[in-house]
Write a protein that binds this ligand. Sequence first.
Ligand SMILES: Nc1ncnc2c1ncn2[C@@H]1O[C@H](COP(=O)(O)OP(=O)(O)OP(=O)(O)O)[C@@H](O)[C@H]1O
Ligand SMILES: [Mg+2]
Ligand SMILES: [Zn+2]
Length: 310
Amino acid sequence: MVAEPDPEEFKIHPQKAQELGYTYNQEPPPPEVCQFCGRLLYHYGAVMPGQRHVFTWFDEAERCDCAGAHEYWRQQDEAQKAAKEAEARRKEQERIAQRMRKLLDDSGMGGRFQTRTFERFVVDDENRRAFRAAKRYADSFSLMLPARDEAGRVRPPKKERNGLFISGTKGTGKTHLAAAIANQLIQGGTPVICMTMIDLLSKIKATFDRGGGASEADILRIYKDVPLLIIDDMGTEQPTDWGLSKIYTIINARYEAYMPTIVTTNYSGEELIRRMTPPNDDGYTAAKTIDRLQEMCGGIEMSWKSWRLR
Ligand SMILES: Nc1ncnc2c1ncn2[C@@H]1O[C@H](COP(=O)(O)OP(=O)(O)OP(=O)(O)O)[C@@H](O)[C@H]1O
Ligand SMILES: [Mg+2]
Ligand SMILES: [Zn+2]
């Protein structure tokens, strides 16, 4: 262990410096007078051990140790400490706010999604079950994430079906509840991506069109690694071969890593497989994709009169 240097070795009283014949470039500032006891307070000089030279004189005079000065410095130090702590808190809050802004920017949650919260969801007899299931999901999200053992291997999450498959007729609040989960988690600092399947694919396509295979791999990795991925409106538009293969890649990667995924869709079962099958395709990949999802997700059914028609 290296001993802490003694700070006394690095400073010297101006009278002692004079007595010992230290050299210096500037005269020491005149001493000040303690406002409490009247003692002279000197500006010490900065020195290096073994060198008889004063580099500079300290701007602040030495502190007096009389009772009055003692109390004065105690208050000064306390005030300075409080100011430092307030500044650190302000910085921390700014950092959190910035992280939240970034999480929201990255989430794909456009302005409309951001207003869809649990608070704004009107609960009635038809949608109560769905609401509670979604709220419970958001509240216990930590149970949905896989764990790692001491060797760093991924272990299944506490909740085996750690995703949600929200299906039902149009306008019943499926997207609203999925977005409410996203908003709550983002508020808690958890990164979430929430996008329609088509937007998700065009985002991959955009990096693809810009060229450079690395960027497509990068964005796919983000979709695989984000703690919660929400794919809104699955099956509304028929994917191409390419699109379906990307969706399968993402869902399969999340399946293998036990990562939670939420899907909203107007379809289920065979019909969803049909809607997800690209033109002139045997439907095998679509079936595999939906199969995986069904294994990963608990179901929420939301079929009633559209809220948009109220
Ligand atoms: N219970 C509710 N309380 C308040 N607003 C609701 C409720 N249900 C739906 N809405 C609102 O109705 C509109 C339609 O809901 P949403 O987009 O969630 O439906 P959806 O089930 O996703 O429909 P689609 O199948 O067409 O995608 C949204 O503006 C949503 O905020
Ligand atoms: Mg929707
Ligand atoms: Zn004093």
